[in-house]
Design a protein around this ligand. Structure first.
Ligand SMILES: Cc1ncc(COP(=O)(O)O)c(C=O)c1O
Length: 359
């Protein structure tokens, strides 16, 4: 009997990384994004697998996520992309974790620290209007960094706002602007190792944005839009039937009683609910699969349980496997489309209580 579980298919990860390596130049460094528990796939396991595949630089969102890798005794280059407080900066410096300076106040803080060399990347905002110093603050950052030999500016980066659009003038504008910014930094500060801007869709759609480092996330997990069939989703989500019952015409199913059987049907209960990350919005709308046969979700998805219509599955029995999403028949992308969201939200939302099985 299978309980609810996530299966992680390393073969697919390897295929996706191969594809990545085909579309970037050999000289381009990969900074693999393993934040948010590697988009729900398990950051420790994915980082170890990616190291086996030749990747040796990783990006996380927070110091806590960086610590998870360090606590697992993984030795690699780690860059924190996101939020970091002053006390966290001190801890990052002590532990050789590279972090992002995305605000002048932070730069002034590290400029005030005495003693050790501080390695960091600087993020410049070119249109996302999220983290990053403004373009008109660049000169000030150059002055500060040039005057303090303890400040080791290891990378300068920016982030795309809509690189998933294949022909975006805005994106082309961000690339043009960032190239000018790169020249400014290069002409004033020696030995900046990395310049980067491309996330997955940037890597696929805008080859001139690869610079000397790229930051793939969803591409590695096999859920980026890509030409042809070059990527395969790494995550599959499966559950199993724990109870079968007959529902007479006119009976209702689940909370709120907003499903009424129009004829006699047979339903199965599967032990997965919205607390596991199955979006409640799929209630009465979504599908799962039993032996390749599509079974609609009936009634409201509960916190831990969901009911499905198995009337057409004559052979269905307790213990049978049910596929919520997989890497071919019905992917996290299909679920995302059905509820008008992005596959990121589906895989990141799969809760930690579901066991990950690595294949
Ligand atoms: C700064 C930054 N770079 C790269 C990525 C990776 O994005 P993607 O998963 O689209 O490749 C993210 C993800 O949110 C990000 O915030």
């Amino acid at each position: 009997m299978t309980s609810t579980k996530v299966e992680i298919e390393f073969k697919n990860l390897s295929k996706n990384v191969n594809y990545l390596n085909q579309i970037i130049d050999k000289e381009v460094e990969v900074l693999a994004v393993v934040k948010a528990n590697a988009y729900g796939h398990g950051s420790v396991e994915m980082t170890k697998a990616l190291i086996e595949l030749g990747v040796d630089r990783f990006a996380v969102a927070t110091l806590k996520e960086a610590r998870e890798l360090i606590d697992a005794k993984i030795q690699c280059y780690i860059l924190i992309l996101g939020s970091i407080s002053e006390s966290e900066i001190l801890e990052a410096v002590k532990n050789n974790i590279v972090f992002t300076i995305y605000d002048l106040n932070q730069l002034n803080f590290i400029n005030s620290l005495k003693g050790e060399t501080i390695s960091f990347h600087l993020k410049v905002d070119t249109g996302m209007n999220r983290l990053g110093i403004d373009v008109d603050q660049i000169d000030e950052t150059i002055r500060t960094i040039s005057n303090n030999s303890n400040l080791n500016l290891e990378g300068v980066y920016t982030h795309f706002a809509e690189s998933e659009k294949e022909e975006s003038n805005f994106t082309k504008g961000q690339i043009r602007e960032f190239n000018k910014i790169i020249e400014k930094y290069k002409s004033s500060i020696k030995n900046i190792k990395f310049f980067h801007m491309a996330n997955s869709s940037g890597i696929i759609n805008y080859p001139d944005s690869h610079l000397n480092m790229v930051r793939p996330g969803i591409l590695m997990y096999g859920l980026a839009k890509n030409p042809g069939d070059k990527l395969s989703p790494v995550m599959r989500l499966k559950s199993s039937i724990i109870k079968i019952r007959n529902i007479d015409k006119g009976e209702t199913v689940s909370y709120g009683r907003d499903f009424t059987a129009e004829k006699d049907i047979k339903i199965a209960v599967i032990p997965i609910g919205y607390a596991d990350g199955l979006p409640r919005f799929l209630s009465n709308k979504g599908y799962v699969f039993h032996n390749g046969r599509q079974c609609r979700i009936v009634g409201t998805i509960c916190m831990d349980l969901t009911m499905i219509d198995i009337t057409e599955c004559a052979d269905a029995k307790v213990g049978d496997e049910v596929i919520i999403f997989d890497d071919s028949l019905h992917t996290a992308n299909d679920i995302a489309l059905a509820i008008k969201t992005i596959p990121y939200e589906i895989v990141c939302g799969i809760s930690k209580r579901i066991k990950r099985v690595y294949l």
